[in-house]
Design a protein around this ligand. Sequence first.
Ligand code: NHR
Ligand code: GAR
Length: 224
Amino acid sequence: MRYKPKFDNVTRKSIVILISGRGSNMQALLEANLPCRVAAVISNRADAPGLAIAERHGIATQVVSHRDYPDRESFEAALAVAIDRYQPDLVALAGFMRILTPNFVARYQGRLINIHPSLLPAYGGLDTHARALKDGVKIHGCTVHFVTSDLDHGPIIIQAAVPVLMNDTPETLAARVLREEHRIYPQAVNWFCRDYLRLDADGKKVLLNRVEQPGITLIAPGLK
Ligand code: NHR
Ligand code: GAR
């Protein structure tokens, strides 16, 4: 019998990834064998190291620099033109560092997701690792969520928790979290591309189809 791919080019969704810098989450998505096509990587910074990684993977890249525009609205209008050229099913923010206005977010409602380096709703915004260390929390982590106009408060798709260790610096903690980011972001995109994600009636919670939910308990520091 002929091999029948589960995702042929008709059903396969396409995604555009937005970056601002290093691009390690983008790289994790590119190397995850996702059931979708990465149509393009767009950066708001010409010097983003992630652009070269995307090019090495044969992905189309484009720079839309916010510095070329007088305000957020005109920057976002240009960004939307760049994105819409690819008609993506999903736009994935991967270390994208510009806050998006309600107008832009509305245009991509339900198909715009972000990875954030904290266990939301704790530590939205910037400098999450330093703030978590300052508070002395013992568990920290990362979150993939749908983007809404409420910054870092959109419906949560998946989270990973890591222990905070006594001698952690923002850098060592960030590295421990980043390893988990690279695991959960491809998982979230995989679910999206398979149409496994939906929102509950009030649009606040993500429900998962056809996915078992065992999970494990993390206690930090561990019990002795
Ligand atoms: N936009 C909306 N509307 N909602 C979200 O949840 C968003 C978003 C845009 C980006 C990523 C986010 C994060 O994961 C993200 C989520 C940048 C800033 C920020 O303050 C805050 C949150 C996030 C990304 N940016 C400064 C700004 O003025 C610029 C900082 C810089 O360029 O270094 O846009 O944390
Ligand atoms: C990641 O830790 C990501 O969660 C975070 O920046 C890093 C980007 O790394 N995102 C934000 O803080 C968004 N405000 P990467 O470019 O190597 O993926």
